[in-house]
Design a protein around this ligand. Structure first.
Ligand code: APR
Length: 175
């Protein structure tokens, strides 16, 4: 699957059509990816986020990227990890599916995801990567119009875990 790759870096600086914001249900404030995007995208971006009026956990909404290199930001609210029995896996799956659906509906051909929920929301990375990669790869197989998906991680460990699992999927033909 050469349309998916893992990269270490800052998602905000990506030169790609769309980046995904790992946000919260208000789509305002926060730390992590959300605050980095806010810092660079400008005042109009903030106004556009306010106008969205929030987003349920697992859903996705879109705004322009304004001052970012990316033309669009797709916002999603990941689940907060509460031990794993509160529907977290299904909600995280919905985040990826809804972001990808929204991307193709907007004729987006390239998109970068952060590792949704594994920062402030404490979703265990080892579990989250399995959901993320399964959803993305399954989606790419039925949507040839989506040309490129990059998962951008900002730390060494997360990057390595994603890369190792992607390699395992490819060598064992898991999905
Ligand atoms: N580029 C790439 N990855 C990043 C960046 C960045 N600029 N900043 C953080 N990350 C990584 C984190 O290290 C983590 O692996 O993205 C992953 C997701 O982390 P968070 O941004 O904390 O997202 P999440 O766990 O989904 O928590 C969402 O945090 O920022 C608030 O408003 C947001 O309340 C919401 C919550």
């Amino acid at each position: 699957m050469d349309r998916i790759s893992i990269s270490k870096g800052d998602i905000v600086r990506m030169k790609i059509e769309a980046i995904v914001n790992a946000s919260n249900t208000s789509l305002l404030g926060g730390g992590g990816v959300a605050s980095s995007i806010q810092k660079y995208a400008g005042d109009e971006y903030m106004q556009a986020c306010i106008a969205l009026g929030g987003c349920n956990t697992g859903e996705a909404k879109i705004t322009p990227g304004f001052k970012l290199n990316a033309k669009y930001v797709i916002h999603t609210a990941g689940p907060i990890w509460r031990g794993g029995n509160k529907g977290e896996p299904e909600l995280l799956k919905n985040c990826y599916d809804n972001c990808l659906d929204l991307a193709v509906k907007n004729h987006i051909k390239s998109i970068a995801f952060p590792s949704i929920s594994t920062g402030v929301y404490r979703y265990p990375v080892e579990l989250a990567i399995k959901i993320a990669l399964k959803e993305i790869i399954t989606f790419l197989k039925v949507h040839p119009e989506l040309e490129k998906v990059v998962i951008v991680c900002n730390d060494e460990r997360t990057t390595r875990l994603y890369k190792n699992y992607l390699k395992k999927i490819e060598t064992q033909n898991l999905f």
